[in-house]
Design a protein around this ligand. Sequence first.
Ligand SMILES: NC(=O)C1=CN([C@@H]2O[C@H](COP(=O)(O)OP(=O)(O)OC[C@H]3O[C@@H](n4cnc5c(N)ncnc54)[C@H](O)[C@@H]3O)[C@@H](O)[C@H]2O)[C@H](O)CC1
Ligand SMILES: [K+]
Length: 500
Amino acid sequence: MLQPSQPIYTVAGIRTIETAAMPSAKPPLMERAGRASAEEAVRLMIDRPGALLIACGPGNNGGDGFVMARHFLQAGRKVVVAFSGDTAKLPGDAKKSWEAWRDAGGETLSDLPSAPPEGWALVVDALFGIGLQRPINGRYADWIRALNALPCPRMSIDVPSGLCADTGRVLGVAFKATHTVTFIALKPGLLTLDGPDHCGELVVKRLDLDANSYLPAPGWEVRPALFGDQFAPRRLNSHKGLFGDAVIIGGAPGMCGAPLLSGRAALRAGAGRVFVGLLDPRAPVVDLIQPELMLRPAEDALSEGQAIAIGPGLGRDEAASALLHRAVASKHTLVLDADALNLLATDDTLAGALTRRHAPVVLTPHPAEAARLLKALPDEIQANRLDAALKLAQRFDAHVILKGNGSLIAHPDGRWLINRSGNPGMSAAGMGDVLTGLLAALLAQRWPIEAAILGAVHLHGAAADLLLAKGIGPIGMGASELPDAVRMLMNQWVAQHQHY
Ligand SMILES: NC(=O)C1=CN([C@@H]2O[C@H](COP(=O)(O)OP(=O)(O)OC[C@H]3O[C@@H](n4cnc5c(N)ncnc54)[C@H](O)[C@@H]3O)[C@@H](O)[C@H]2O)[C@H](O)CC1
Ligand SMILES: [K+]
């Protein structure tokens, strides 16, 4: 009997269902995938009595669809299968699945049928999975457009058809799922670029982890425990020196807002002191909204602090370049953002000096800055974000945060992960400045470099998610609203931390 699947736990909006203990002689992988898909579909159809439509493709993704259809047929549900290929050309397992569907009395239509009067209970995309090789066009594209227009839940098997499982790019046209059941492990393309817009609610079915065709996209499962003692409660016998000095440097004439945003964020994320070095000779000597910030002429701020973030509103003139050279020559942990990245992109001596440093460096480019650094076009960066992030990490021997939907973190040794927090409310001016400030604050508090990077990126997005949950955004969410939400999250995590 088909039972609806029950979530074991939800992390960052992704439910992961551990497959119930399998009989010793495990059924073939496709059987397990098709059944797992059917169990998920039952959950989606609980209050929807109508028929189920499954569109099958020419490969094993289609095979999963035939297995799923057979389970529904044997459970007595009305199920319609559309398959426009040649069953004789189906690959091995998929052919067997189709034959089992046929032998169970299932019929296969060669075109998409029109919806019954009561509408479909659910439509299932079993057209293409990880085997998509080229942009989808012709009849499959017509099917996808027609399915996307249907007013009912839409479920994808493994990968929304038309989405590249590696990069999150849409090849031609892509199925817009309300739910995606992916197998064995998350694929990077489900988590970055256009993946999240096409997956809907994402469920990972581990299927007993048989063929690990993809490395799990690490880092998507971000939980306080990842940060170890960083969230241990503060000792009573504390003083601000214990929480470090963060330094933000930027603020060329007319661009002081950016470093002030970074500085304020650094305060909210717990730095003991925050120095903001401003290039503009007419810059204010105090931030009247946040007088805790210690404003300094930029060249004086360089000698402060444990961690220096340089770039917000820095500008690209001689003075900015000279400051950047001094920062790179320093022994500090360094965060390069915004104009510091643009200067780096055109200054090979800086690049050389960067790779000779001992203290860690973090680059925080958005796609256009990454394109300048790699002498590429922004579209090329977005075409394979993971590749671009890894290339930057290697080229500059630095840790990299490639910002955007599903921000990518790449380390110089080639390890990488994708952040799952955040939402379109972050598409607003100043959000990058806030991230830079968060990073400087965690580094100033002597977080290990990888925890600081993951912490800053995750908290940045999680703060935006918290604001969204309160009805603030996505329209009009302001960068200066994030730091208070970050502070709330960090203190919640401290409260959750085991005290003994
Ligand atoms: N690997 C695993 O761990 C599991 C895989 N399963 C399922 O199998 C698919 C992958 O199957 P595969 O046959 O490799 O690829 P697809 O089914 O995605 O399709 C390939 C099929 O489609 C043709 N094709 C590719 N691009 C196009 C295009 N643009 N237009 C037309 N035709 C195209 C190609 O020639 C092939 O014929 C995986 O996603 C899972 O769903 C298991 O069942 C579970 C574990
Ligand atoms: K699919």
